[in-house]
Design a protein around this ligand. Structure first.
Ligand code: PLP
Length: 352
């Protein structure tokens, strides 16, 4: 306990690597108020269960879906696992596979492992899903085709309508992973959601750009029937079945997601997007004039070919930056990342 009292939580002053951010004040307050509630037991915790329905409504609005089915997950990982689980359970095959671009988040590897499904990944072109390459991997045992709307490494958006068509032709479900991008994309020109394409399930995380407290992810579908694929009987609860992967869940996450979306949708998120995009473009330009090769920004995320020693030096100076699989430095322009932070970051680069 004394240990905890002495420890200071991470401040965000120099954090450029995270996909999480400072929660909105209303989200923080809601999280604290609902800390001791469990939406996994809706018969007992009715208020938070009602808030969860509200959260799903709001997430549907963000993702172009009236009357959404879904729930607040522990994060994008659980949502992706559950999407693959829906696809596997509904399909009639003993040897199911999922086809995804190689840019898909590593949570799909967990899903494949846990669910005993084969994950087939296709090479990308310009960091974006290559529809032909994915088509080549699809066969009669393909249960799900994955598209990423805002990739973790580069913030790029796959051609979702084309992937949805390919999935439909194969009789597979189309799942879109907008865990990170979901609260930036509505203000961009990208086609990514239920109203743009014939998609079946979608991951969107309030605890990333949505500015809710951790843990709050989201899984949505146009059809409650798809969630029936996940239903497990719950003998001793008042509710008779459960579709979630976890049992006891965070009421704090649920309440904070509603509070954040109430406070920010749509104008607050729009302003956040515009500021983040301006910052990302400013940083990309600053890196380019210093001779670096830059990827993006397509959404507010910039990758650049800084040398590993340079990235390590920045880390020694307290900056939290991360690397892509191919070794580029990656800066995620989250809501807490300001222009003045980026100016001092670039000043440190110049010193090096
Ligand atoms: C962050 C992320 C995930 C995983 O979400 P968690 O909330 O960390 O479990 C999945 N997909 C994408 C595209 C992400 O950026």
């Amino acid at each position: 306990m004394q240990q905890v009292e002495r420890a200071e939580p991470q401040d965000f002053e120099r954090v450029l690597s995270s996909m999480c951010t400072v929660p909105h004040p209303a989200a923080r307050q809601a999280a604290e108020r609902f800390l001791a509630t469990n939406p996994g037991d809706p018969g007992t915790y009715e208020t938070v269960a009602e808030l969860e329905r509200r959260a799903v409504e709001q997430l549907g609005t963000v993702a172009g879906l009236a009357d959404p089915a879904g729930y607040v997950t522990s994060g994008g990982t659980e949502a992706n696992i559950q999407a693959v689980r829906i696809a596997r359970n509904r399909a009639d095959t003993d040897d199911p596979n999922v086809v995804a671009p190689e840019s898909a988040h590593f949570s799909f590897r967990k899903a494949a492992n846990v669910l005993d499904v084969e994950l087939r990944t296709a090479p990308t072109t310009d960091h974006t899903a290559d529809v032909d390459a994915m088509q080549e991997l699809i066969d009669g045992d393909t249960v799900c085709v994955v598209g990423v709307a805002g990739s973790t490494e580069y913030g790029y958006v796959d051609p979702i309508p084309a992937l949805a068509d390919v999935a439909a032709d194969a009789g597979a479900l189309c799942h879109v992973d907008a865990a990170w991008g979901g609260f930036y994309l509505p203000f961009s020109d990208h086609e990514w959601h239920f109203d743009h394409a014939d998609i079946d399930t979608l991951t969107i995380d309030p605890h990333k750009v949505g500015q809710a407290a951790v843990p709050a992810g989201g899984l949505l579908s146009h059809s409650p029937d798809l969630f029936d694929e996940l239903a497990i009987d719950t003998p001793y609860l008042e509710s008779t079945s459960q579709v979630t992967l976890t049992g006891t869940r965070s009421g704090a996450g649920v309440a904070s997601a509603v509070a954040a979306m109430d406070a920010l949708w749509p104008e607050g998120y729009r302003e956040t997007y515009e500021r983040a995009m301006d910052n990302a473009e400013w940083l990309a330009e600053a890196l380019e004039v210093r001779g670096h090769e830059v990827v993006g920004p397509e959404l507010p995320l910039v990758a650049a070919d800084l040398s590993v020693p340079m990235t390590d030096e920045l880390r020694d100076r307290g900056w939290r930056v991360s690397k892509t699989g191919s070794g580029e430095m990656r800066v995620v322009c989250m809501p807490h990342v300001t222009r003045s932070m980026l100016r001092s970051f670039v000043a440190d680069l110049d010193w090096y």
